[in-house]
Design a binder for this molecule. Structure first.
Ligand code: DAH
Length: 339
């Protein structure tokens, strides 16, 4: 029995030493120390020994059991560590590798110019208001002194959505909504998209952008209009920019003007951008027609005002020397990435 014990112990010790995985170790533990294991079987045979032999043999078996238990736990610890080392090695991060470049979004050039314009007007005390893109005939035309049969309707080719519903052709519609909702003094700008059924070409798009301005108060004159628009033009184009006011016609202003600035490309000498004239037209403006004030419930005897409508797309194409307005709407990433 003693020889048997020694043989089992040696075989077990060797196999434990040779084990390469945790699974093998577990199998060896069951094989030798488990309920039906070889050492356990040996203990069961102790009954057949004499009373002198029994304690001696019992001690030897227990010693062998303790020995194997220690061997198993040492080997498992060793295997676990090796396994972990292996895993760490496989998962190491090479922090010297170059990082992936992440793409950062940019503002569309129209928004960059719009933000500059908003800053300029806010610094002069203007609020920014919003208006709907789908408008009624009343706000887009009727109340702006353009009745149904007025020839001025031909100035703007309109997308109608129904008899009285349309896509606004001008942000001027927001003037009326503002005067209905606010009491003077009023000082607002309203930027937004406008729509016209124009042929598409390098300078025309059926969707474009305007910034409407409106000032109503007691004692507002043409001088205030000139001062505000001159300051705006010089802040946008530079302080040596000259501004020219030309008489014009809009049904909702009297008198009406169109405003030109010296061409920022050639400084006024005449070039391709200004078509040789040295000037670029940037906006329409005028003193709010007394009829328009009255139809919004503002007494034209007490209050006067001026209004203007600036084309944002023209301002953007001249600032960035963009030769075709369509580029602003195609959203080609290769084009937009340049700004
Ligand atoms: N709404 C005009 C247009 O689209 C531009 C304009 C002219 C707006 C004179 C105004 C203004 O507010 O006073 O052509």
């Amino acid at each position: 029995m003693k020889e048997q014990l020694i043989a089992i112990r040696e075989a077990a010790e060797n196999s434990i030493k040779a084990a390469k995985t945790m699974q093998e170790i577990e199998e060896l533990r069951v094989k030798y120390l488990g309920k039906k294991g070889e050492l356990t079987a040996l203990l069961k045979q102790m009954g057949s020994l004499s009373s002198e032999e029994r304690p001696v043999m019992g001690q030897l078996v227990n010693e062998a059991k303790a020995l194997l238990e220690t061997a198993i736990s040492e080997k498992s610890a060793e295997l676990k560590k090796a396994e972990q080392d292996e895993k760490l090695k496989a998962e190491t991060i090479d922090i010297t590798m170059p990082a992936k470049q992440s793409k950062v979004g940019k503002l569309h050039p129209l928004n960059t110019v719009l933000n500059d314009m908003i800053d300029i007007f806010q610094s002069m005390g203007f609020d920014v208001v919003d208006g709907p893109e789908v408008e009624t005939d009343y706000y887009n035309f009727e109340c702006l002194n353009v009745p149904a049969d007025h020839p001025a309707r031909d100035m703007q080719d309109t997308f109608y959505l129904g008899e009285n519903l349309l896509l606004r052709t001008q942000t001027s519609a927001a003037q009326i909504r503002t005067m209905e909702n606010r009491k003077p003094p009023i000082r607002v700008i309203c930027p937004g998209r406008v729509f016209r059924a124009d042929e598409v070409d390098a300078t025309h798009s059926p969707v474009f952008h305007q910034i409407e301005g409106l000032v109503v108060d007691k004692g507002i004159t043409m001088c205030d209009l000139k001062g505000v628009l001159e300051q705006f033009a010089q802040e946008i184009y530079g302080s040596d920019t000259e501004v020219k006011f030309r008489p014009s016609f809009f049904p909702f202003t009297e008198p009406s003007v169109e405003v030109d600035v010296t061409c920022s490309e050639c400084g006024g000498k005449g070039c391709r951008v200004c078509k040789g004239s040295g000037w670029i037209e940037i906006l329409g403006a005028g003193m709010v027609h007394p009829k328009v004030l009255a139809s919004c419930g503002i007494d034209p005897e007490e209050y006067t005002g001026f209004a203007f409508g600036i084309g944002l797309d023209r301002l953007t194409t001249t600032r960035y020397k963009i030769s075709d307005i369509r580029l602003l709407f195609e959203n080609d990433k290769r084009f937009l990435d340049q700004f």
